[in-house]
Design a protein around this ligand. Sequence first.
Ligand code: GLC
Length: 475
Amino acid sequence: MYDFGYDISDYREIDPLFGTKKDFALLLKESHRRGIRVIMDLVLNHSSHLHPWFIESRSSRDNPRHDWYLWHDPVGGRVPNNWLAAFGGRAWEWDETRKQYYLHTFLKEQPDLNWRNPAVRKAVFDEVVSYWLDRGVDGFRLDVVNWFVKDEGFRSNPFGLGPTIRPYDLQQHLYDRNRTETHAIMRELRTVMNGYRDRMTVGEVYAPRPGDPALSASYLGDGEDQLHLAFDFTLIHQPFDAESFSRAVAAWYAAIPAKGWPCTVLGNHDQGRSFSRHGGDPARARVAAAMLLTLRGTPFMYYGEEIGMKNGRIGRRDMADPLGKRYWPLAAGRDPERTPMQWTDGTNAGFSTARPWLPVNDDYRRVNVAAQQRDPGSLLSFYRKMIALRRAHPALHQGSWLPVKLGQGVMAYWRVHGRDRIMVILNFTRKRRAVTPEEQAPRTVLYSTHRREGERLGIALELFPYEVLILEGGK
Ligand code: GLC
């Protein structure tokens, strides 16, 4: 729990804080029974310093696992190079027993595994990946997958400008991540995955703001030989603006290999909540959700997004709390987006009868699943509607995507699959917008936040503020 689960001391156990292996097996079984697949977060760039592999590795310079982590002698009495840890300070930690440094890309409690070592790869694939696949897990989210391999010569990074002025961002990370050797490892992993039916992988390809579609897409290989999906966070870094989103989506699709498949994501546990980022307005949240769920590719939702959970305020009172519960390790911290899911207006928002680790957001009496389930006009009902449409229409879940220019502030695109032809028109502004879609555009309202379904529209349209308009039919 130095990094809240991202420091693993046993890859085959369930942390007792969360339950037992039996609980997990039950979760899997009951999910499968309901047609829900379960993928696990797999953290392989590093383990915990308490993992037996590391304990052994640090015990001497000549133990069998001495080179399972990245050890280095001092250079001129100092650290081997200028690499920094993403969570602050040097990436090197001195070990008194070995009289050597070990590398940690994140915390010193998260030593980096040596992925160049075939024994490490074998252990991970045979003892970790296969272990969970054999137990019926449907796939994995691979944590910081593009950071696994480091430069063989441990060359220092050149200086460069990044998205912030923290020292870490003032280096160009040429040598401590994104090494091409990683792709061979992804191919090995894909071979393991292909040995099972219907399993998937999605890689977290972490790149600083503004995101890096080409880098993310490179982890799909030719579309079939590496990961099934790769995250690109460009959309997370866009302002709430039709033009910016249109450009970002087009760039992402252009990077995807012919046989590859994109995915779309607006938030996760490391980024401020999309609801707050987009202005804290349910009307805007609908536009963003409509985009997420009608774009080409697999949509990913972060819990709470579907009810409009905002960034939590971690108050002064909580400053007495232990490190990690506050504004750490990043300047603004990651706790605001990690507050308990708001299920009901009851105790602790129905999340737990015990005191939750982080405080429940103050709006839970109003913003919760139970209340929104009863309300057909709620954000949750809107998400469900969009998901149902997406399921019902091949154009929406497997069709092609073609952008349409309808004027400033409006994002529009065709989704087409055979005779299923749909046009999505999203007004990102709080103003009415007059638009004139092309002659062949569909005219029948499949869904609108402001109009009746089935309504036939004329050629010239006036969009309502923040209108989501989905049209069907057309030649
Ligand atoms: C990823 C995770 C983040 C974690 C880090 C180190 O970026 O999403 O939560 O702290 O990797 O494992």
